[in-house]
Design a protein around this ligand. Structure first.
Ligand code: UDP
Ligand code: MG
Length: 341
């Protein structure tokens, strides 16, 4: 049990899982392993003495030789494992698959492009050993990201944190260490449209921050287009807030009140002064404005109703095609069927 006071953890007999979602990354796998494996081996003689590691690749429906590259690498290192999804389900779902198939006492999701620098991992382990349940790697800089991407990211976090119940840490990606207790909690969550960033802060536990400099991609190209990022931001809002849904009732009430007062004013005016021609413009403006508002609120309702429909269908977050190196007992216990429990 984890008390209020910082408790230290031993590393003997413990397992560290690195989860790596990959989509069409044949040229980055070797670079990644070249940097990551020596670091992981060194850990076993350093801060993670007596412990062991596994690297669980989640192939998110690659169409190139990515699975083959992982398979080849695993022949000389049995600690490299693979979960192959049946198609591209997106990074969030791939991470969920990784969390379910990882058996580590500490779990760290990492991008394969070395934008999450392996040298930060030993520092994370140190904090975990000191008792942290979640170690957030905070980006001090966002090297390799365009000014526009940085600017939109900052805007997103600011807006999100203003309206969401549980704020999320800006400048922390998926790169963080999660204790087994946190991973088990994440695995129990059944949300279909996942916004993992918000879930990390929703689960709570003892958080510790460390910072690092984010560099550009080692090779290959980013798999995120701006359209996809925009979708991702909308998902973020809809998945963990109901504010967009609720503001319209308030605004509607206010506008309704204004309309009633205005209506009474016009009726009284007509009774006293008789009907007159003007007013056409203001009527049109009011109709158009309210019409627009109606459509907008309908759209927002649609977003939520669509999400409800998705949840009701209760489809799994992902489908596993095959696994490599994953303990079958483990895989059965945490198979795709109980991915949503
Ligand atoms: N990725 C994935 N599925 C996707 C998109 C990306 O598994 O649909 C993986 C990708 O292979 C990489 C990580 O997610 O390991 C981060 O992707 P990327 O570097 O393209 O994103 P960025 O760093 O530009 O945000
Ligand atoms: Mg990247």
């Amino acid at each position: 049990m984890q008390g209020e006071m910082a408790q230290t953890r031993g590393s003997a007999g413990k397992l560290l899982s690195i989860i790596v979602p990959v989509l069409d990354e044949e040229e980055t796998i070797a670079l990644f392993l070249g940097e990551c494996v020596p670091m992981l081996e060194a850990l076993r003689h350093g801060v993670f003495a007596g412990g062991d590691y596994e690297v669980v690749f989640v192939d998110d429906g690659s169409t190139d030789a990515t699975p083959l590259a992982i398979h080849t690498a695993s022949l000389s290192n049995p600690r490299l494992k693979l979960v192959r999804l049946s198609r591209n389900f997106g990074k969030e779902a791939a991470l969920a698959a990784g969390f379910l198939h990882a058996s580590g006492d500490a779990v760290i999701p990492m991008d394969v492009d070395l934008q999450d620098p392996p040298e930060v991992v030993p520092r994370m382990i140190e904090e975990w050993r000191r008792g942290a349940d979640i170690v957030n790697a905070v980006r001090r800089s966002r090297g390799g990201d365009s000014a526009f991407k940085r600017w939109t990211a900052r805007g997103f976090y600011r807006l999100y944190n203003r309206i969401a119940d549980v704020p999320i840490r800006p400048d922390v990606g998926d790169f963080r260490l999660l204790d087994r207790a946190v991973v088990d909690t994440l695995n129990r969550l059944s949300e279909g449209s996942r916004f993992t960033k918000a879930l990390y802060s929703w689960v709570g536990f003892r958080n510790v921050d460390i910072d690092y400099d984010r560099t550009g991609r080692s090779a290959g190209t980013t798999k995120w287009r701006y359209g996809k990022l925009f979708r991702f931001a909308i998902d973020g809002f809809i998945a963990s807030t109901t504010v967009p849904l609720r503001i319209w009732s308030g605004l509607g009430l206010l506008l309704g009140a204004v309309a009633v007062i205005w209506g009474i004013f016009i009726i009284v005016k007509t009774i006293i002064y008789g009907a007159d021609q003007p007013g056409y413009a203001s009527t049109m403006v009011a109709i158009l404005f309210l019409g627009a508002l109606n459509l907008l609120s309908l759209g927002i309702l649609g977003e939520y109703v669509g999400r409800i429909a998705q949840e009701v269908r209760n489809r799994p977050l992902f489908v596993v095609r095959e696994t490599l190196g994953i303990d079958p007992r483990h895989a059965r216990r945490r198979g795709p069927d109980d991915a949503r429990e």
